[in-house]
Design a protein around this ligand. Structure first.
Ligand SMILES: Cc1ncc(COP(=O)(O)O)c(C=O)c1O
Length: 498
């Protein structure tokens, strides 16, 4: 059996439509036997009850089956190759889940006194110091709940720093034209004005950066937000020069660290000039994520920005005990309820501790090697604007292809993406950072066999476009849902059963 046959076999095949749980309702069925009431029964004020919420009822086994069938239809990194560029859909080691589920962690109450949660505080303190070390920066705040929230928090910190240093007029933030949408959104939420800097071949256009600084006025710029490796999957080798230009303007360099899995143990952002950065720990240090969560976006900053970090900060006292410090007069305050996304950070601690320094370096090396391997195997069929190994142009942990040669044969990018579903592959990120592109991130946790399987799929689709174009245009043929009207689904969602 060829690799392709194996993939075909593993794809999901025909399945009957699953009724909604409401449609399966069984009158008077019950899923649990509650113990007899051991307190006096008290009526509830009917005014508070409303009209009831009309939940369906079932036996326990039926409800288990219903949700198991549904989860079976879900596309997940546990089931299939999921090269969703920039999202880092990699394997989540099960030891992380074990750690996060330990009752001593999972059952904590966020309002417990510090002296009753010493183990949890120690874990947070160690996570913070490990993230500081990896960033090469002075201090980390674990508070932000996701990458975007980290961007917002760091920009607030930078704003507070400039306000405190008599430069409140620094209200402009520069972002790359390939920036993730959250970068400009975070700026706007902080009341900053966004100015775009052009990129060329996936790297910052230094002339344009200089022009922007002159046009805007150096004394009005708060920061330049850069993603490195960029969203085009390219390491911006001029990063030190960029940092010098930004610092000469008196502004701060902010690193969007969503792509840290390409740098771990090889490059420390503080050493190339970053003043602040966020991690997406749910990506880089693994947590099952997607569909909006859960995430965690700790930020790391230089010593001069540290006083403005959110409170509370987890600290170690002289006697080796741990406490939450709320007494930081220059702090921007709290940016979320309680301390942090604790469960995600337990996974982060576990991942970093399990890998160790050498393992983390191996993560980065393998993430980069895997992306380059696939890119090199597909280059003849899938044109890559920034990848040209014969001329020393390699990618980092992901690559971008604009398969113009295939598109010219009469298919659209969505046709190619949908056909991938038939072969059990999650379509990559599309049309970002450039139009008509696929952004492929295989991650470091895929085996060579899985990478080869993906290469076979992509080559097979190219053959089908040549010989059976209708098949590609009608795909997906093997999924539960064919082509959904994605615009209607996003703009006019129907969120209720009736
Ligand atoms: C480059 C980049 N920056 C920022 C973010 C935002 O991170 P989050 O989704 O955790 O808010 C992402 C998320 O995909 C990203 O890819």
């Amino acid at each position: 059996m060829t690799t392709l046959d194996t993939i075909k076999k593993a794809s999901r095949g025909d399945r009957p439509t699953e009724p909604l749980i409401f449609e399966k309702h069984v009158d008077h069925a019950t899923g649990v036997d509650l113990p007899p009431l051991d307190v006096e029964e008290t009526g509830i004020d009917t005014d508070l009850c409303g009209g009831g919420i009309n939940l369906p009822s079932f036996g326990q086994h039926d409800v288990m089956r219903h949700y198991t069938h549904l989860s079976d239809r879900n596309f997940s990194v546990d089931g299939n190759f999921y090269p969703l560029g920039s999202c880092t859909m990699k394997h989540n080691p099960r030891i992380n889940e074990w750690g996060a589920a330990l009752p001593g962690f999972a059952c904590l109450h966020p309002l417990q006194d510090d002296d009753t949660i010493q183990g949890a505080l120690r874990l947070l303190y160690e996570t913070r110091t490990m993230l500081q070390e990896i960033a090469g920066l002075h201090e980390v705040s674990l508070q932000p709940a996701a990458g975007a929230h980290g961007e917002f928090t760091a920009l607030k910190v930078i704003k507070a720093y400039f306000a405190d240093h008599g430069q409140p007029e620094r209200t402009v933030v520069l972002t790359a034209d390939t920036a993730h949408g959250t970068n400009p959104a975070s700026c706007t939420m902080c009341g900053a004005t966004v100015e775009k800097v052009l990129t060329s071949e996936g790297q910052t256009d230094l002339d344009h950066l200089q022009e922007k600084i002159e046009k805007v006025g150096a004394d009005r710029i708060a920061a330049f937000m850069i993603t490195n490796p960029s969203t085009a999957g390219i390491f911006d080798a001029k990063i030190v020069e960029i940092a010098e230009i930004i610092h000469a303007a008196g502004a701060k360099l902010y690193l969007d660290g969503a792509n840290m899995n390409a740098l771990l143990g090889r490059v420390r952002p503080g050493e190339f000039g970053a003043d602040a950065m966020h991690y997406n720990t749910h990506k880089t240090f693994s947590t099952p994520h997607g569909g909006g969560g859960p995430g965690s976006g700790p930020i790391a900053v230089t010593e001069e920005l540290a006083p403005y970090l959110p409170v509370p900060q987890v600290m170690m006292a002289d006697d080796g005990s741990f406490f939450l410090d709320r007494d930081r007069p220059k702090s921007i305050g709290k940016v979320r309820s309680f301390i942090c996304q604790f469960g995600v950070l337990v996974r982060c601690w576990t991942y970093i501790s399990a890998c160790g320094p050498r393992g983390l370096r191996n993560v980065a090396d393998t993430a980069v090697l895997n992306a380059n391997y696939i890119a090199a195997q597909l280059l003849d069929l899938y044109a890559m604007p920034y990848f040209d190994p014969n001329n020393g142009k390699f990618c980092a942990h992901e690559f971008v292809t604009v398969p113009q040669m295939l598109l010219d044969k009469g298919v659209t990018l969505i046709d190619i993406a949908k056909r991938m579903i038939d072969y059990g592959v999650h379509p990559p990120t599309m049309h970002w950072p450039i139009h008509d592109c696929l952004m492929v991130e295989p991650t470091e946790t895929e085996s060579k066999a899985a990478l080869d399987g993906f290469i076979d799929v992509m080559r097979q689709i190219a053959i089908e476009i040549e010989s059976e174009i209708d098949l590609v245009k009608q795909s997906p043929l093997e999924s539960d849902i064919a082509r959904a009207d994605e615009v209607a689904a996003a703009r006019t969602p129907v969120l209720t059963f009736k």
